[in-house]
Design a protein around this ligand. Structure first.
Ligand SMILES: [Zn+2]
Length: 171
């Protein structure tokens, strides 16, 4: 087990492997070009690379946006200079692994990363407003979860995790 809730090197290797599978599953679902993630790379952060004020052990992960935008209201304007990142919250994920449901980091990582990559695709290609109202964000969560469920249906052992989402796992 880790000290202070940080991923070990081996954990980090596992989640980066899971991210590769999540990338290809999301690519296939949205019928995106094969070089989507090359042209629009995202960064994968764990607590090790994350400033203390961005650490939040109450959620499993977040999508973050890197690069400033002068007019935040004009979210519909396409801005190719923006980059997205997935911020994994190590302790929340490690804590979730300790629940009596017996899922492993590979499966949970795949679930979390697929969810976050769906967010990124929807921000980038479906004009979803990153700075939407709380109500908009709640609705977007439902859409993202539905898409994630469709993508992961029949993949690995994710069915239990999909059910767990409704019972309080947060992204
Ligand atoms: Zn989400």
């Amino acid at each position: 087990m880790t000290s202070e809730g940080f991923f070990t090197e081996s954990d980090r290797f596992t989640v980066s492997r899971a991210s590769l599978l999540a990338e290809s599953l999301v690519l296939r679902y949205f019928d995106l070009p094969p070089d989507e993630w090359v042209k629009n790379p995202y960064s994968l952060f764990t607590w090790k690379e994350t400033a203390p004020w961005l650490r939040d052990s109450n959620v499993l992960a977040q999508t973050v946006r890197i690069g400033s935008k002068k007019n935040r209201k004009s979210a519909q304007v396409k801005d190719d200079t923006l980059c997205y990142g997935v911020l994994l919250q190590d302790p929340a994920i490690l804590r979730a692994l300790l629940r009596p449901h017996k899922h492993d980091l590979w499966t949970l990582g795949l679930f979390v990363l697929t969810h976050e990559l769906v967010h990124i695709v929807r921000f980038r290609r479906f004009s979803v407003d990153f700075f939407g109202s709380q109500e908009d964000r709640n609705n977007e969560e439902k859409v993202v979860h539905k898409v994630t469920s469709e993508i992961l249906s029949g993949v690995e052992n994710t069915d239990k995790l999909l059910n767990l989402y409704e019972s309080g796992l947060k992204f």
